[in-house]
Design a binder for this molecule. Structure first.
Ligand code: SAH
Length: 225
């Protein structure tokens, strides 16, 4: 898909070069090599999802603040979670924790449609504006507690949660389609395990993947503050 291409043509080549280096050194070198995921990460202009003062650091090997005490995930984590979803292009995806909208854009490149929920209205508003400016027209951003899912749009072929909670929120399991995959960090507020949940013919299978650290998933079915 060509979304975002106009942008990368305009960004003076410099960010495009930094982006290629980010993908080669931080993502592919650590084992995320799915060609569709790698190509999407090369396309999405990550610097557009961070505040102007931080744009020079957008392609570094770390998370960055998005304001409101939240962060845009490290590029490697975005690549890893996206590849665990195994997207073919036909899926309807639920994302919990829109944040900057960067992960949302990567999903939008690789899936049919993305429904994303953000708890904080200011972040949701900014993410919506950025995604629209970049021409993503298969993304819906809503304000709310994503641990409750998005019942009107369920079931989802894929679910991704980009904030860490104490367990797998039951409404998300209920809204995962048969054959669906969900990736989310589960654990304490300080440390979590990236967990893959699959719905195989109605049987729910869980698999621990690797250690990670996300900001807190807040609200019912998550941390209360
Ligand atoms: N994927 C984001 C990372 C966001 S950090 C990015 O690429 O920028 C996690 C986000 O989850 C924060 O913006 C936080 O406000 C949001 N969040 C926390 N609890 C939530 C909840 N219960 N429902 C929806 N969003 C939540």
């Amino acid at each position: 898909m060509d979304r975002g291409r106009g942008e990368s043509e305009r960004d003076d080549g410099r960010y495009a070069r930094e982006r290629d280096r980010m993908v080669d050194e931080q993502v592919a070198a650590r084992g995320v090599t799915d060609p569709r995921v790698v190509a999407a990460l090369r396309r999405v202009p990550r610097h557009r999802f961070v505040q102007e003062a931080l744009q020079d650091r957008a392609y570094g090997d770390h998370p960055l603040p998005t304001g409101e005490e939240q962060t845009i995930s490290q590029p490697y984590i975005v690549g890893l979670m996206t590849s665990l979803l195994e997207l073919s292009g036909r899926e309807k995806v639920l994302e919990v924790g829109t944040g900057s909208g960067y992960q949302t854009a990567v999903l939008a490149e690789l899936a049919r449609r993305v429904c994303s929920i953000e708890r904080l209205p200011r972040l949701a508003e900014r993410a919506r504006a950025t995604l629209e400016a970049l021409g993503y027209d298969n993304v819906w951003v809503r304000v709310g507690n994503g641990a409750l899912g998005w019942p009107d749009e369920a079931p989802f072929d894929r679910i991704i949660v980009t904030a860490g909670g104490p367990g797998v929120p039951p409404p998300l399991v209920q809204q995962l389609a048969d054959g669906g995959r969900m990736v989310l960090p589960v654990g304490s507020p300080e440390n979590q395990v990236l967990t893959l949940v699959e719905n195989v013919g109605g049987e729910i299978r869980k698999q621990a993947h690797s250690d990670c650290k996300f900001v807190k998933l807040v609200g019912k079915y998550a941390w209360e503050s």
